[in-house]
Design a protein around this ligand. Structure first.
Ligand code: ADP
Length: 431
């Protein structure tokens, strides 16, 4: 540096001396030798002064340059976005700290790697197109891609790219938009859920009006027919049975609607009383046996405990409603064969089962049917009537009683619904 300055000064001096020689001497301006020596001394002192000032200036310039580089590096490295310099092939030439953190690898390990290597397969075409456009159009380009990084969850990023002056490299900024993308996805899911629930509610209302109108029409129709005078006793009995059956069906549907609304508003209460499970099963058997008349189905109940042991504390109405829903379904979805219901004592729980030899349920629907309004067949022209409420009510009741419900089934091979309730025997507790 000093040498450069020296030559600069020498050059300047030579130039000045050349210029001085070319200037014509003014008449009578020949200085005395002593004055010349003084003048030269003055000049030399000035020159040294200037040299010193120059050196100081150079040092300051260097300091400022170093400070600027330091500030730039700080800004570059600790910027909240990733900065990359990429070659035409997409190789990482340079990157900042944030960029390496986002890719989940040390900076030195990322240099000369292909940026596209970290882009997920499904968004790779978007990235390749982006890179091509950046180099071909020489204008600012943007895109959104997903990166697969070391930690398992994908990173959604927004890229902005532009070529540098000579068009050999491009500068890419990378912003993490994972939170925004996740929020977007949640929003779409919520919207889809709302639409689904809207669709199910409309279908339910349509079903419901059908499920109310049908038994009502049957009740009115058979009552009118009863008025005829020439009816045989046998016909009268059939009509009366039809009226009773349809009235029960209507009542069940109305009860289901009331129950669903009281469950949704958390108004449903558990009322514990002494219940003889064997007695309850017997009553249900008698009731449902009537529905198997004239059908090729046999129904039987299997009590496992003695009558005394089967006396427990639980909510009788709820247990009746759960079992009735399951047996009703078994009857509905079993064209012919058998229905068996019973219970076993397991780990201080009564494990009830309702088994049928009916149409069965495909595996992918076995979890869904416990949700409100859901049915295996949701087409308008479906074969089996129903509102899709029975199982969701049963599940909610069982959970209120601290039990659980599940199903084992195979299409065309029947279904067995299981549910548990705590076994709290009256006998043991009163002792
Ligand atoms: P619903 O019977 O009124 O449609 P549920 O909630 O009781 O409503 O049942 C929901 C669906 O689960 C039924 O529509 C049917 O597709 C299926 N399902 C329930 N029980 C059985 C069963 N025993 N056999 C075959 N499918 C069943």
């Amino acid at each position: 540096m000093k040498k450069e300055i020296q030559t600069e000064i020498t050059n300047l001096r030579q130039k000045a001396e050349g210029l001085l020689k070319k200037r014509p001497l003014k008449k009578g301006s020949q200085p005395l030798e002593s004055e010349m020596i003084k003048l030269i001394h003055e000049l030399e002192v000035h020159q040294i002064e200037l040299e010193m000032q120059n050196e100081e200036l150079m040092l300051k310039k260097k300091e400022i340059e170093e400070l600027a580089t330091e500030k730039y590096t700080e800004l570059y490295d600790f910027a909240p976005s990733g900065y990359f310099t990429l070659s035409k092939e997409g190789k990482i030439i340079e990157l900042n700290l944030c960029g390496s953190q986002m890719l989940g690898k040390e900076r030195s390990l990322l240099k000369n790697r292909l940026f596209g290597f970290y882009v997920t397969n499904d968004t790779k075409p978007i990235f390749n197109q982006f890179l091509n456009k950046v180099f071909n159009n020489k204008a600012k380009e943007i895109c959104e891609v997903t990166l697969s990084t070391n930690n398992n969850s994908p990173l959604y990023v927004f890229l902005t790219g532009i070529t540098t002056d000579k068009g050999e490299h491009c500068l890419v900024t990378m912003v993490d938009i994972t939170h925004r993308k996740k929020a977007e996805k949640e929003l779409i899911k919520t919207k889809e859920k709302a639409e689904e629930s809207d669709r199910l509610k409309s279908a339910f209302l349509q079903n419901m009006s059908h499920e109310i109108r049908n038994p009502m029409n049957a009740i009115i129709g058979f009552s009118e027919m009863l008025e005829k005078h020439d009816l045989t006793k046998e016909k009268q009995k059939i009509f009366i049975n039809n009226i009773i059956y349809n009235s029960h069906k209507l009542l069940l549907n109305i009860n289901n609607i009331i129950t669903i609304s009281s469950l949704e508003t958390k108004q449903e209460k558990v009322i514990i009383n002494k219940v003889s499970i064997n007695q309850l099963m017997n009553d249900l058997l008698l009731l449902f046996e009537k529905q198997t008349l004239n059908r090729n189905i046999s129904i039987f109940g299997k009590p496992q405990l003695t009558d005394k042991q089967s006396e427990i504390y639980t909510d009788k109405t709820k247990v009746i409603q759960i079992l009735s829903n399951l047996i009703n379904n078994a009857l509905k979805f079993t064209p012919q064969g058998f229905i068996e219901f019973g219970y076993n004592l397991k780990n201080n729980n009564l494990e009830f089962y309702v088994k049928d030899s009916g149409i069965g349920i495909k595996a992918e629907m076995q979890g869904i049917i416990f949700n409100h309004f859901r049915q295996v067949d949701e087409k308008d022209n479906r074969k089996y009537e129903g509102t899709g409420l029975g199982l969701s009510i049963s599940k909610a009741f069982i959970e209120l009683l601290n039990g659980k419900i599940w199903v084992e089934s195979e299409p065309e091979n029947g279904s067995t619904f299981y549910f548990t309730i705590p076994y709290k025997p009256v006998d043991k507790i009163s002792k």
